[in-house]
Design a protein around this ligand. Structure first.
Ligand code: ADP
Ligand code: ADP
Length: 237
């Protein structure tokens, strides 16, 4: 589970991006993070994966304080956090299978032979994940031959390949049509519940969030202004 305690971030420019933000995400719960542009959503996600250093406050993943680990350990902590991106961030010239396996490396391989270094167990696992996201017939296709929805399915499988303890998802449907967006949101939320994986989904589309997530955290000007079940959002809005 993830715990965010009194997180505050003030950038050097003086912008106060987060003020005293606290919440927990238990195992298997999907939190939809909503709020207008500039509310602090990206900053919050970046404090959790330590791309941004908070000014004060703490973030715990399980009983490990993420905000305290040193440089050496940071790489290992990041590997416990699966990321899914708006623009998928696939390697176009690699196949679907190679893209998923690259989730194990933590870097983008430059040549294909890297695949041979993976034990059969990893390949089997990648195949099972591709099957789960509905891509078992496309494992040997190059990423650049896929539709947007298929690309995001690869992104999901790649994030899971590293056995994350937390999923951070940044606007996963921003480049997809409405029907595909619903399929992708449903898939991410179902998988998190199946695996008991906590997740934060940074999402612009409030209606889409309400359809699938377990809980909504609303940010405005760096503060939490709503935290509750999707149904309760109407009364506030
Ligand atoms: P989004 O709305 O998707 O968060 P933005 O357009 O707000 O994207 O931000 C794009 C990039 O610019 C991000 O990397 C963000 O950290 C950075 N950024 C946003 N606001 C500022 C700012 N005031 N000064 C410097 N960088 C900023
Ligand atoms: P959101 O993701 O909700 O659009 P952000 O976290 O990107 O919000 O931004 C929150 C606030 O922090 C905004 O006022 C933005 O301008 C500022 N900000 C974001 N990134 C940076 C940055 N790298 N440097 C300075 N200010 C930033």
């Amino acid at each position: 589970m993830l715990r965010v305690e009194a997180l505050t971030k003030r950038y050097k420019t003086g912008d106060k991006a987060l003020t005293d933000v606290s919440f927990d995400v238990p195992s298997g719960q999907v939190v939809g993070l909503i709020g207008p542009s500039g509310a602090g959503k990206s900053t919050l996600i970046r404090c959790v994966n330590r791309l941004v250093e908070p000014s004060s406050g703490k973030v715990f993943l399980g009983d490990r304080e993420i905000t305290r680990v040193g440089r050496g350990e940071l790489r290992r902590v990041r590997r416990r956090i699966g990321m899914i991106f708006q623009e998928y961030a696939l390697v176009e010239r690699l196949t679907v299978m190679e893209n998923v396996l690259s989730g194990r490396l933590g870097y983008v391989p430059f040549w294909r032979s890297f695949l041979r270094r993976f034990p059969q167990g990893d390949v089997d696992k990648a195949f099972a994940l591709l099957d789960r996201v509905g891509l078992s017939d496309h494992v040997d296709k190059r990423a650049d031959a896929l539709s947007g929805g298929q690309r995001q399915r690869v992104g999901i499988a790649r994030a899971l390949e590293q056995d994350p303890e937390l999923l951070l998802v940044d606007e996963p449907t921003a480049s997809l049509d409405p029907k595909t967006s619903r399929q992708i949101m449903r898939l991410i939320c179902e998988i998190c519940r199946e695996r008991g994986l906590p997740a934060i989904i940074n999402i612009h589309d409030v209606l889409l969030a309400k359809m699938f997530v377990d809980r909504i955290v609303g940010l405005r000007a760096g503060r939490i202004v709503f935290d509750g079940p999707p149904d309760a959002l109407d009364e506030e809005a």
